[in-house]
Design a protein around this ligand. Sequence first.
Ligand code: GTP
Ligand code: MG
Length: 424
Amino acid sequence: MSGPAAGVIARRVGIQMPIPPRQVTRVRLHGADSPDAVLDDALATWFAAPHSPTGEDLLELSLHGGAYVSTQVMAALVAAGAVPALAGEFSERAVRHGKMDLLQAEAVADLIDARSHAMHRAALVQLSGALSRRLLALREALVEVEALLAYDIDFPEEDDGPQPRERVTAAAQAVLGALDALGATMPMAELGRDGVPIVLAGAPNAGKSSLFNALLGDARAIVSEIPGTTRDALEAMIDERPYPWRLVDTAGLRDTDDRLERLGVEVSARWLARAAVVVVCAETDDALDTTSTAVASATRARLVLVRTKADAIPSARADAVALSAQQGTGLEALRAAIREAVTATNPAPPEDQPIVTRARHAAALSSARAEVAAFVAAWEADALPAPVAGTHLRAAITALEDLTGAIDVEDVLTRVFRTFCVGK
Ligand SMILES: Nc1nc2c(ncn2[C@@H]2O[C@H](COP(=O)(O)OP(=O)(O)OP(=O)(O)O)[C@@H](O)[C@H]2O)c(=O)[nH]1
Ligand SMILES: [Mg+2]
């Protein structure tokens, strides 16, 4: 519970305020102003403004588990004057009181939502303020270009001035390069969130679903000796580094008269087109040739060749991973081969460097980039008077400020925080 009335409301539900700040205190909670209606024997921690995560007086309650107790206590707090928080309202207040900037608040949401090592790492780096510092440095660099420009405007006839035009151009170009480098990290966040599509493909009955299950360590897909068992593509995420894998089991590839199965086969073709890596499965050495030729014509992905059911039919091929999903052999070799194929096409995010994680960031960076580029073009062509060219720099600076929330833009704040889950 956060806000200036937190202490008063706490007293109404039975907490003997003041309790020592930043210390866990055992409290007996009751209904609003009704000491007989005991609700829970709980723990309370008090954080006095401004030394709290929101910058306001803040009370944290630890209740006994279960929905009933928390609902009752929540109702008592509301009856005593509290208001349920909107989605993201705690983080929003933290931003408003200067406890963190907008990018850090987004990182809180990302940390909670993180489902992979990659997203977890990116969120922690962003929470530490690394992205904010990077953007602040770019903003400073643009302000410096503005200053060079102002000098040119104020003292155009100076002996040793105006500032050499090249110096302005070079400074703006440097910012352009840095904006590009940062913008180029967006696909890394997408891979971290959605995973690298790894598609299992092969003829019906080749053992794809069995392999899918073995890689997951879970019987997710139906396996049977009847060819054409899998019809819908099945997906599962495996948390790998540097990026999670989005493993896709598909319907066997073949021409078929069964209408349902044909739909499944068409889905497979779509997945092949979107795959980053295709694991080509076949149960004999000869079949592996036919299958990999067919797959290669349907995808631009890297191929990893697999000889399935090696327990039953030994493989003589050196270019394929021989494995048995049933006995669990060869799986480590396959994982290593997939890992290699993934890193060959998707460079890992730079260690401990911020990356751009949201469409909001990418949009602001690209609008800043467009403004700086427009400035450089006008400046180099000498097409516009310096003050006019300078308006592009201002616009770029504003775009970067919007990103960190350095200037208080109501609609940006609201838009960002309403996507949070309640209570954060
Ligand atoms: N001996 C042996 N049999 C296997 C192995 N993996 C799968 N099988 C058998 O091969 C048959 C087909 O396996 P699935 O995993 O359903 O094959 P699939 O490629 O998914 O088949 P569709 O979904 O019909 O395209 C089943 O009877 C499995 O038990 C293995 O490693 N060794
Ligand atoms: Mg299957």
